[in-house]
Write a protein that binds this ligand. Structure first.
Ligand code: AGP
Length: 594
């Protein structure tokens, strides 16, 4: 949600902190700030993007410092509410990612004890609590302060007079980057990749002290060694690589992502998830939990697994599942989360696990919280995804789900052989969609003039319609609404007319004829129709106003090519409207609050 960084070493911290923050902006970008310690504390912050703050900032001296990029939860984006937050004396500064749920009670109590608050944030209570408990030992003060705190946090604390960072985490990610006579702290790996690829992942309850040449981590009061990991992807992978936006670069990486994820799992000696074992314990159904785009992958996975494995699959939005009264009888739950940090998904995972369910996480982030909660983790090989809009991570999730369903398929050998051939051709098919970018950007130019757009599909491509609508609204700010094509006539028809274009996803499966009928109904209401259809479809051109053609695939794989076309459509529509594509308003890459 928010990005936090810390540096302690032998170099001037200011440019390093700004550099790291720029890499973390996808976590939140409504305001930002830094604090440097060199005998006194210098804090510089504002409700602007990192680049602007770095330009405006005076040169601040100090070889230890912290930084923050914010996604507002408590208090609007403003200079006062931007982090870091300090104590009354201006000696202690804190950056925080997470939510302090009992902050109001703590604030009232601290105010009655004489502490003066300046911001509306929950975070400020931490700096005052640390001040309250500080008697010469910062680590001890942080430890005692956190006993009073409920909620989630990843924090970095600095003291004006000390060359060290004190860090702690609970339910929010935090890593330490190991350098040579310098060390780093960050909420996510891309922040520090320019400096080091040696990383320690902190765990819930850890409190650490980081100096230029030492890292000490304690858990439950006792010193503990947390394993060091080597990050295999490079800083370049987290750069735009000549593309105008991260989103476009990530869309174009999808053929490789499909290949990488498939190679990983097709070569594995063991099936990625042991469903046979699940069957032994009586698994007759499967539950998939996820949010947002990952939920749309879950819906595709549901269709594929139901068809190939022949078991009922429930795909649930994690944020709603947490309030439903289902009996948790299913022995297997799959949680899909790109970031591995989505609060609602993590909560749902914990809930089903406590109910005795075996939980498998499908995530893109090694060491993420989801991977710690799960009994087993299946990693997608999408590489770092920086743009807030998920694209290649969705594709990698689909590959894992396809492979899982194919591994346990009850389909006959012939069908399976066709599917195997089909899945191997997907990188090339996606490449063909990417090659038709010009055709798609023409449709985008047309679409960009409207305020409301419907996306319709049936069967497996209803999930794709949902994903297409989400992408469009997220980055172009056009109201995109997905509907199961057969449902339009049960209400939404009232909204159709010449100002409401309809994107119709027309797959060559058992939904084809019904989709054609739906398109005729839509046309009769004067809505312009852009159809997404397979090449070779001779009929669709006569019905739709324009057609975006995608390569032929097995119907179960049609979500792959259709989604890529819709990603490009959303991208070019947003570009036409001049939107800040990688950093859409009000959003953040990982949503670590409920
Ligand atoms: C997708 O473009 C969104 N940014 C969002 O819906 C995202 O998929 C959702 O927040 C879930 O994130 P996760 O996969 O990291 O759990």
């Amino acid at each position: 949600m928010c990005g936090i960084v810390g540096y302690v070493g032998e170099k001037q911290a200011q440019p390093i902190l700004f550099g790291c923050l720029a890499k973390l902006e996808y976590r939140g970008y409504d305001s930002c700030g830094i604090a440097l310690a060199s005998g006194s504390l210098k804090v510089y912050k504002d409700a602007v993007r990192v680049g602007e703050l770095a330009k405006a900032s005076p040169q601040l001296d100090g070889m230890v410092g912290i930084g923050h990029t914010r996604w507002a939860t408590h208090g609007e984006p403003s200079q006062i509410n931007a982090h870091p937050h300090c104590d009354c004396a201006g000696e202690i500064a804190v950056v925080h990612n997470g939510i302090i749920s009992n902050f109001q009670r703590l604030r009232n109590q601290l105010t009655s004890e004489g502490h003066k608050f300046v911001s509306e944030t929950d975070t400020e209570v931490i700096s005052h609590l640390v001040e309250k408990y500080y008697h010469g030992d910062l680590e001890e003060a942080v430890k005692v302060a956190l006993r009073d705190v409920d909620g989630s946090y990843a924090i970095i604390v600095v003291l004006a007079s000390e060359s060290k960072l004190v860090v702690a985490r609970k339910d929010s990610p935090l890593i330490i980057g190991i350098g040579d006579r310098e060390n780093f702290v960050a909420s996510d790996v891309p922040a520090i990749l320019d400096y080091t690829n040696r990383v320690i992942y902190l765990e819930d309850g850890d409190i650490g002290v980081v100096t230029p040449d030492s890292v000490t981590v304690k858990s439950k009061g006792a010193e503990i060694t947390r394993e060091e990991h080597k990050i295999l992807w490079s800083a370049e992978q987290a750069q735009k690589g000549g593309y105008e936006h991260f989103m476009l670069k990530e869309i174009h990486e999808q053929p490789k992502v499909i290949r990488d994820t498939l190679v990983e799992y097709t070569r594995a000696a063991e099936p990625i998830v042991d469903l046979e074992r699940m069957r032994d314990v009586g698994a007759e159904s499967m539950l998939i939990l996820a949010c947002g785009t990952s939920y749309h992958a879950a819906l595709v996975g549901k269709y594929v697994a139901e068809e190939l494995i022949g078991i009922p699959v429930r795909a649930e939005v994690a944020s709603e599942f947490n309030y439903c009264g289902y009996s948790l009888s299913t022995p297997l739950a799959i949680a899909i989360t790109q970031s591995g940090e989505t609060a609602d998904t993590l909560k749902a995972m914990k809930r089903v696990k406590e109910g005795g369910c075996r939980v498998v996480a499908i995530t893109n982030v090694v060491g993420s919280t989801a991977s710690r909660i799960a009994n087993q983790t299946v990693y997608t090989r999408a590489g770092p995804e920086i743009s807030v809009a998920a694209t290649k991570s969705f594709m990698a999730q689909l590959m894992v789900l396809y492979w899982l369903a194919m591994s346990y398929s009850k389909a006959d050998t012939r069908r399976l052989a066709d599917m195997l051939m089909g899945i191997r051709q997907l990188p090339e098919k996606v490449k063909q969609v990417l090659d038709s970018e010009d055709m798609i950007s023409e449709s985008a130019e047309y679409l960009s003039r409207f305020d409301d757009v419907f996306f319709i599909g049936r069967g497996i491509n209803f999930a794709v319609a949902m994903e297409g609508a989400l992408k469009l609204k997220e980055i172009s700010y056009i109201h995109g609404e997905a509907y199961a094509a057969g449902e339009l006539k049960h209400g939404p028809f009232a909204l159709l007319g010449s100002n409401t274009p309809v994107i119709a996803i027309v797959a060559q499966d058992n939904t084809y004829e019904a989709m054609l009928t739906n398109i005729k109904e839509v046309k009769a209401r004067r809505s312009p129709v852009i159809a997404l259809a397979e090449e070779g479809d001779e009929v669709i051109g006569e019905l739709a106003d324009s057609v975006i053609t995608v390569p032929q695939t097995d119907a179960l794989f049609s979500p792959v090519v259709n989604t890529v076309a819709l990603q490009l459509l959303a991208y070019y529509t947003a570009r036409q409207r001049g939107c800040p594509i990688d950093f859409p308003r009000n959003l953040a890459k990982s949503v670590t609050v409920e």
